[in-house]
Structures are given as structure tokens and as C-alpha cells.
Design a protein around this ligand. Structure first.
Ligand code: MG
Length: 389
């Protein structure tokens, strides 16, 4: 369907609500491009993301467990696919634009460093004197500038709505910088204290639902948390007890999977109900109404409390498990030493990074783009040390 044709159709006729983002009403791309004959602008954004180099790198980037620790743990890529799946289910049920949700979900982690949060923290420490490092802002930098694929512009030249969704957090200082470079652009809402589109809000919550559920799965798979420990987690235990009542002989993986499946599915339905009630209460009739309303895609207070308790459990029992912390200590050292090595000898980087005017930012961009295994190899090459094996 061409854009001109799509623009003539009422949103409801194609299953979309008045508060959905419509491709025909997009605030556009930074560089004007002709429309594609058969794909809407959000589909096109999604396709550009899937074909990007940064997207392919996600397969070798850590979510929680370092890539070499096992083949079945989530990586940034499989995590992003799970977020897209949850997001699309929610979008379809709520009359929101699925293609936009998919584009945001697939791009939301493009700016992550190697080695998960340990890598991001270490790079932020290295960059503190030079403006810091933040993975959300880095995801935007990837799609706005760092991808080199098109003859006429740097980056992927995505639509405003996709970029707005990618930048889910931003400090006032960084928002101010973005605003100076692009007045009224993606930084503005942080200064005006407005919300992003419902599609973007939905991706945020889908991200949280996805990682809570899959970190339980990966945590048990790794042997660092047990089903017995999970009985302390109110939300999870409620489902496990029900599954055990129904299937008394069920143990191990199938018990775990069925409990996670039910928990995730209930969370999805509960977000739909809560969001529908909030939409009715605030009655936004356009995306701009949504931006001026409070956050509308939410858990109920009860589910929020239960989900927070589960996050605290994961923090204490998994993310701060001594075995996880040991690998994250190595990861921090790798990032710090890589940063120092390139700062001292910029020519150790490929030429396109060396010639940039802002050396610290060029080094940070180069390191942030690395996969776990490339960073490990580069570190060994430059320092002669083998920290992670
Ligand atoms: Mg994520």
C-alpha cells in the first residue's frame, strides 16, 4: 500500500486507534527521501535496522551471561527478538502500530557495549572527563551517525517516531545538547517533561517483562539460582504453585518453563487491561495528546509491586552473584585497558576512527561497537593478557 493511499484510510479501518502513530503522519526523516512503493516508513525503518551492522553484532553481545559461558543463554539479539514479539502482541491488541513497535524493539539495544552492564559502566567511567557514556544515547548515535551504509548520509536516517522510541532515557544535559543540534527533535521531550508515543512506552515495558522472565530462565539454567529460591518470589511462586497443583508430577525445566510462560502471559493481559483503562480515563485522541498525558502503558499498582520484588530478587541473587561479579570484574578491566591502549596509540584502531577530531569519543564509539569476543581478542592483542577464557 502506498503512503498516499494509506493516508486516505481512517486509522480504525486498518485496526489502529486514534492515538496510534500513523506512518502517513510521521514527523519524518532528518534527510528527505522518496517514499518506498510498497512499504510504510516504519516497515522501512525496521528493515534498515535488521540489515545494519550493529544489529548483527548483537548476537555476540552479553545480556547477563558472557557470550562464551554457554550457547543457550540470551544474547542482546535474542533478547531484542523477545522484546519485539511481546511488543507486537501488545500493539496489535491495543490498536497501536506494530511495525513501529517492532522497529523500536529491534533497535533498542543497538548501543550496548560488549559485556553487558559491566561494559557500559566501565566505558562510562573512562568517558567521565569527556561527557560520559550512556547506552540509550549510544543506540541513537548508532542509527543517527555511526552506521555507514548510504551514499547521501551517515546513519540509517530513521523516522522521528523510531528515534524517539530508541531514546528512552536521557539526562537533562544530554537532552540540551540534542536540542541544540536538532531543535524540537528527540531531546525536546526530556526538557518539556513529556512522554513518548504509546508504541515507545510499550517497548519499554515489553523490555522489562522480557528480561525479568528470561533472566529467571537463564539464571536457573546457569545453576546460579534454584527453583527452591524462586519460591521466595511472590509473583513467580504463585504460578509455580498453580502449575504443580495441575501437574503434580512435573519437575525441572518443564515446571520452570510453564511457570514462566503463565507469568509472562498474565503480565501481558494485565498491561492490556491497565492500559485500556488509562486510555479510557485520559482519552487521548492523537499522538500529541499521548505525549502530553502521563505514562499510559503501565502495570497496575499490584503488578508493579510484584514485578519490582522480582527485579530485586534477580539483582541480589543473580546480577550480584559472586560468579557473575567475577566475570564482570574481568570485563571492566578489559574495557578500561582497551580504552587506555587506544588513547595512547590511536593508530591501533582502524583508520576511520583515528581521523576523527574527538579522540575519546571515537575510542568510545569503537569499543561500544565491539562484540564480547572481538573485545576479548583485541584486548589480548594490545596488552598480551588473557583475562577471559
Ligand atoms: Mg533491553
Amino acid at each position: 500500500m502506498s503512503q498516499a493511499f494509506a493516508a486516505d484510510i481512517a486509522p480504525a479501518a486498518i485496526g489502529l486507534a486514534d492515538y496510534a502513530c500513523l506512518p502517513s503522519q510521521s514527523r519524518g526523516r532528518r534527510f528527505t527521501e522518496p517514499e518506498a512503493p510498497t512499504r510504510n516508513v516504519f516497515q522501512r525503518d525496521r528493515d534498515r535496522i535488521v540489515h545494519s551492522t550493529a544489529f548483527r553484532r548483537l548476537v555476540y553481545k552479553t545480556q547477563v551471561f558472557l557470550n562464551h559461558e554457554g550457547d543457550l543463554f540470551r544474547t542482546r539479539l535474542t533478547h531484542s527478538l523477545e522484546v519485539a514479539q511481546l511488543g507486537r502482541s501488545l500493539a496489535r491488541a491495543l490498536g497501536l502500530h506494530e511495525d513501529l513497535v517492532e522497529a523500536i524493539a529491534l533497535a533498542h539495544d543497538l548501543g550496548h557495549t560488549p559485556f553487558g552492564h559491566a561494559g557500559q559502566d566501565a566505558l562510562n567511567e573512562c568517558m567521565t572527563p569527556y561527557g560520559g557514556f550512556e547506552h540509550n544515547l549510544q543506540s541513537l548515535r548508532v542509527v543517527d551517525g555511526l552506521e555507514e551504509r548510504y551514499p547521501q548520509f551517515d546513519g540509517l536516517n530513521l523516522c522521528f517516531e523510531t528515534r524517539e522510541g530508541i531514546l528512552k532515557h536521557c539526562s537533562p544535559r544530554n537532552a540540551q545538547k540534542l536540542e541544540e543540534a536538532e531543535p524540537g527533535g528527540v531531546g525536546a521531550r526530556f526538557l518539556q517533561r513529556q512522554q513518548p508515543s504509546l508504541e515507545a512506552q510499550l517497548c519499554n515495558l515489553a523490555d522489562e517483562m522480557a528480561y525479568n522472565a528470561h533472566d529467571i530462565d537463564d539464571g536457573v539454567r546457569s545453576g546460579l539460582i534454584s527453583l527452591e529460591q524462586l519460591q521466595e518470589v511472590v509473583l513467580f511462586n504463585a504460578y509455580m504453585v498453580k502449575v504443580q497443583d495441575e501437574f503434580p508430577a512435573l519437575t525441572g525445566r518443564r515446571l520452570l518453563f510453564e511457570s514462566i510462560r503463565r507469568m509472562l502471559s498474565d503480565q501481558v493481559y494485565e498491561v492490556m487491561d491497565t492500559t485500556r483503562a488509562l486510555l479510557q480515563e485520559h482519552a487521548p485522541s492523537s499522538v500529541d495528546d499521548v505525549r502530553r498525558s502521563p505514562p499510559l502503558v503501565r502495570f497496575s499498582p499490584g503488578m508493579l509491586a510484584a514485578s519490582t520484588e522480582m527485579k530485586q530478587f534477580l539483582m541480589q541473587s543473580l546480577y550480584r552473584h559472586p560468579q557473575v561479579l567475577q566475570t564482570t570484574d574481568w570485563a571492566r578491566q578489559v574495557v578500561h585497558e582497551l580504552f587506555d591502549a587506544y588513547m595512547q596509540k590511536p593508530s591501533a584502531m582502524p583508520e576511520q576512527h583515528v581521523k576523527r577530531a574527538d579522540l575519546p569519543r571515537a575510542v568510545a564509539d569503537y569499543i561500544a561497537g565491539m562484540t564480547d569476543r572481538f573485545a576479548t581478542k583485541e584486548h589480548a592483542r594490545l596488552t598480551g593478557k588473557v583475562l577471559i577464557s
